[in-house]
Write a protein of this length. Structure first.
Length: 256
């Protein structure tokens, strides 16, 4: 059995053995529905009016008017929900004293990290899959561009993986779950707000800030555009944050 698998199973049991998974899934779906319902109702209203005034229906596009804003809004919501999934992963182990026991197992630090990261990613992917009920609902009534929708969901999966890796790193540096949660939120919010700060910068500095801002890369996915630089960005952020987490775990092992 691969070393990461027992850690993965343990974390999944902890998620579903407590209210965490159910609470996060419920609130995430509720807030996503809060963004989805007004757009869907407005689209339905305009569609009925266009039956009597055809010129109104020329600009109707369900993907553009309903699902694209929903994708972008769900990405914003992740700023608040990802810290809930990651804050306990290492911080709770340290607080309860089980971190030392975990590091004495015949497992490499990378396997421990992989198990915890993949468990959080699996839970997030499962919650994200539940939101597919929204585009399916729209598709029941009108035609949608599934390619653009799935590209948006790929972006949500990638930005979620990047957020999770950052949350893991923050959690590995503290014993307090609350500190880990707020620290993760602060770090993610900073990366998100970089796009706004870019508007006041000039020249090369503006380009650097724009490329570092998470919001700039999510916009392309929300529009249904699959760009290599956006894929590389999210994968690089994920890999770098996991690398820092691994270094943090190794320093903990050497310090004893």
């Amino acid at each position: 059995m691969r070393g990461w698998l027992p850690v993965f199973k343990k974390e999944m049991r902890l998620y579903f053995g407590s209210p965490v998974a159910y609470a996060v899934a419920t609130f995430f779906l509720f807030i996503a529905a809060f963004f989805f319902a007004p757009s869907f109702i407005q689209y339905a209203d305009v569609s009925m009016r266009s039956a009597m005034q055809p010129q109104m229906g020329q600009s109707l596009n369900a993907t553009e008017n309903i699902l694209r804003p929903l994708t972008y809004n769900m990405a914003v919501v992740l700023l608040f929900f990802i810290p809930m999934l990651t804050m306990r992963l290492f911080a709770e182990e340290k607080r309860s004293g089980t971190m030392e026991l975990l590091l004495t197992y015949p497992l490499r630090d990378g396997e421990v990290l992989a198990g915890k990261f993949l468990a959080a990613l699996a839970l997030y992917a499962g919650i994200l899959a539940l939101t597919l009920s929204y585009p399916i609902t729209v598709a029941w009534f009108t035609r949608i561009e599934w390619g653009a929708v799935l590209t948006g969901y790929l972006g949500l999966l990638l930005v979620g993986a990047a957020f999770l890796s950052i949350g893991l790193f923050v959690s590995s540096t503290t014993e307090n779950q609350i500190v880990a949660g707020f620290g993760t939120f602060g770090g993610l919010l900073t990366l998100w707000l970089l796009g706004w700060f870019a508007d006041s910068a000039q020249g090369a500095l503006r380009t650097v800030i724009q490329q570092a801002a998470i919001i700039e890369h999510m916009e392309s996915f929300a529009k249904g555009v699959l760009d290599t630089k956006d894929l590389v960005y999210y994968l690089s952020v994920t890999a770098f944050a996991l690398f820092l987490t691994l270094r943090s775990l190794e320093s903990k092992r050497w310090r004893g």
